[in-house]
Design a protein. Structure first.
Length: 189
């Protein structure tokens, strides 16, 4: 069934055509919505709302482009409205929002057992400034306490805390993409 015929059938409230449309586009629309929202459950809700709207307003809907384009634009607009409703208005807010959705990365719990994530963290650590690398490795690989790191490197305790905090931020920022990739893979598995 081509998209034009699908639209005509949906306008006639054909449930088989509507289910076909849903099955055809739902997963791709959720992945697309998640690019904006960084939360699969909210993304699914947004896509569900789009399909409910289409079903409820099927007789009034005028699709001048392709059905696929129409659906993607609707999802994008709903995502942007959702972000506005929670006061996400710029890229910095979006980054904070995305990071808040990822569970706090407890670096000390990373082991070679969860190999992919462990290696990704080590990659990020290798790109950090040398002083930050050293502090990070002493804390999370050598299990030094904050005070021991400060004494070992002859720096203040506040410097140790600040450097570790910055290191965690760098790790979280770089893992955002990796974690979402894993979520996507698990979602479709």
């Amino acid at each position: 069934m081509n998209n034009h015929l699908l639209i005509v059938q949906i306008k006639k409230k054909d449930t088989v055509a509507f289910k076909r449309c849903y099955d055809l586009f739902f997963k791709d629309l959720v992945v697309y919505a998640n690019r904006y929202l960084s939360d699969f459950s909210v993304s699914e809700d947004v896509v569900q709302e789009v399909f409910v709207y289409i079903w409820e307003h099927s007789k009034k809907i005028e699709i001048k482009s392709s059905l696929k384009s129409y659906l993607f634009v609707m999802v994008k607009n709903r995502c942007l409205n959702h972000l506005k409703s929670i006061n996400i208005t710029d890229n910095e807010d979006y980054l904070k929002y995305s990071q808040s959705l990822i569970d706090e990365v407890e670096v000390s719990s990373l082991t070679e057992d969860n190999n992919g994530l462990y290696l990704k963290v080590l990659e990020v650590v290798d790109k950090m400034p040398l002083n930050m690398q050293e502090i990070f490795k002493l804390k999370f690989i050598e299990n030094y306490k904050y005070i021991e790191i400060a004494e070992e490197l002859n720096i203040s305790l506040n410097t140790v805390k600040t450097q570790l905090k910055r290191a965690k931020v760098k790790i979280k920022e770089s893992l955002v993409v990796s974690v979402f990739y894993l979520i996507i893979i698990n979602f479709f598995a």
